[in-house]
Design a protein around this ligand. Structure first.
Ligand SMILES: CC(C)=CCC/C(C)=C/CC/C(C)=C/CC/C(C)=C/COP(=O)(O)OP(=O)(O)O
Ligand SMILES: O=P(O)(O)OC[C@@H](O)CO
Ligand SMILES: [Mg+2]
Length: 249
């Protein structure tokens, strides 16, 4: 199996990972290119492209191509099978572990797998776990969100994801969530993953809108963070977010 893009991320683990999210539903290729160039200069590790609502072609492919001009890897973060295009470098092959709908825990993966095979995309096995507010992803994905403060439950789901072979454990509060995942919750997940010597990446996203909250997530044990909403509002905020996570110790 291809793993070039994932290995490139993993190499930066000690330096902490920053992922810049672009929603194809809200962004045109020109703006996506500007955000990506900015992300590259600020030191982000990759561009994630995805959203909870449907996307269409050729828009998605054009968006991916314009992001690739930055030189950063472009990783699909699909809400459904229409979020796939062969022009990306890889796809987060996600299972929404705490969804009550079997479509998101087996069904969509079976729909997507033969398409991904034909597209020749690298897959990054990802356990997607929705916590707290959950945002559009929680609603569309029919998640039963884990309460913000229940780090023990988040840890149980994260262990399950790791034991299933996920290379990324993605703790998600939902794009634009009013509060990010609390550091105590992240710490409990980190501790559990350390017990099994997990060697993948613990990524946290949703509502991380200040350098302080970015730093807290990393201090609590996240290997990396995702920023979407704040980048849409102010692309220059990336410099502060990335500086914060790289100077956490
Ligand atoms: C394997 C394939 C092809 C797909 C996986 C499909 C799964 C499991 C989806 C989980 C549920 C879901 C709808 C996830 C979407 C995650 C995502 C791309 C969130 C990005 O943000 P938005 O939720 O669009 O935020 P806004 O509300 O800000 O637009
Ligand atoms: O838009 P924000 O709140 O930064 O969330 C990013 C990401 O975790 C959403 O999937
Ligand atoms: Mg969206």
């Amino acid at each position: 199996m291809k793993d070039k893009t994932f290995k490139r991320l993993l190499k930066n683990k000690d330096n902490k990972i920053h992922l810049t999210l672009i929603d194809p539903d809200k962004t045109n290729p020109e703006i996506a290119k500007k955000i990506s160039l900015n992300a590259y200069e600020a030191g982000s590790d990759a561009i994630l492209i995805g959203g909870s609502l449907g996307v269409y072609e050729p828009h998605l492919t054009e968006l991916v191509k314009s992001c690739k001009e930055s030189g950063l890897p472009v990783i699909l973060f699909p809400g459904n099978i229409n979020g796939l295009t062969s022009s990306a470098d890889a796809v987060l092959f996600m299972l929404l572990l705490n969804s009550d709908d079997p479509y998101y825990v087996g069904g969509v993966q079976a729909q997507a797998a033969p398409i991904i095979l034909r597209m020749g995309l690298e897959t990054i096995p990802t356990a997607y776990i929705i916590i707290g507010h959950g945002g559009a992803a929680g609603y569309i994905g029919k998640a039963r969100p884990i309460p913000y403060e229940r780090g023990d439950i988040a840890a149980a789901y994260s262990l399950a994801g790791a034991m299933l072979g996920a290379k990324i454990i993605y703790l998600e509060a939902g794009s634009g969530a009013p509060y990010p995942i609390p550091p105590q919750t992240i710490s409990l997940v980190r501790r559990a993953l350390d017990q099994i010597e997990y060697d993948g990446l613990l990524i946290v996203g949703g509502g991380i809108n200040s350098p302080e909250s970015a730093k807290e997530a990393i201090k609590a044990g996240a290997d990396g963070i995702v920023n979407g909403t704040i980048v849409e509002k102010d692309p220059l905020s990336l410099y502060h977010m990335i500086r914060a996570i790289r100077n956490s110790y």
